[in-house]
Design a protein around this ligand. Sequence first.
Ligand SMILES: C[S@@+](CC[C@H](N)C(=O)[O-])C[C@H]1O[C@@H](n2cnc3c(N)ncnc32)[C@H](O)[C@@H]1O
Length: 189
Amino acid sequence: MRADISRWDEKYRPSNPNPSFDPEPLLTDYNTLLKSGGRSLDIACGVGQNTLFLARSGYESYAVDGSLVGLRYLKERASETGLNIYPFAADLDQWTPPADTFDLIVVIRFLNRTLFPAIIDSLRPGGVLIYKTLNLNFLRLRPDTRPEYLLRPGEFSRAFSSLAMVATDEGEEGESCTTFFIGTRPLTN
Ligand SMILES: C[S@@+](CC[C@H](N)C(=O)[O-])C[C@H]1O[C@@H](n2cnc3c(N)ncnc32)[C@H](O)[C@@H]1O
């Protein structure tokens, strides 16, 4: 993981022009699913724009990433706001989230298929998963991308079939380079 992470560290350095710190639009589009007072986890949080949004929405907001530079940015913002934000570092090739812990898990622009089962287990009954990442259509824009980092058609629906699907978009017809899946863990699971 190290080589990969130093690339992200470099990207997140304050000397670089920063990416947008607006939250992922799915979080605002589906804000009726957000429940103030729960516990959320932002996996591969980067600089934590989604973590901050969830904390502002009333979550006790946990965030994990391997980039210490991104996490430092989030920690500074967290202490300025006084919100309930808990950033921590982990190697997501090794770490898995604890079982039955989160009311909401958000994963945006990160793919590690081995984490899928642990993500499901980590949701509390009734908990919500919001997962969006690049799919194979992205190869048309960037043919040099390693295809194993890109989602295949139907992959989310198969991997998260034990969740009750709320919404999904596969980016069919080459229209979109991203796929998203939103689902909830059934109360009786
Ligand atoms: C494309 S960025 C997405 C960041 C954020 N979710 C967003 O939407 O802005 C991917 C993130 O995954 C993190 N990452 C990649 N591989 C990782 C690993 N093995 N362990 C921990 N973090 C990792 C990077 O540090 C980076 O912040």
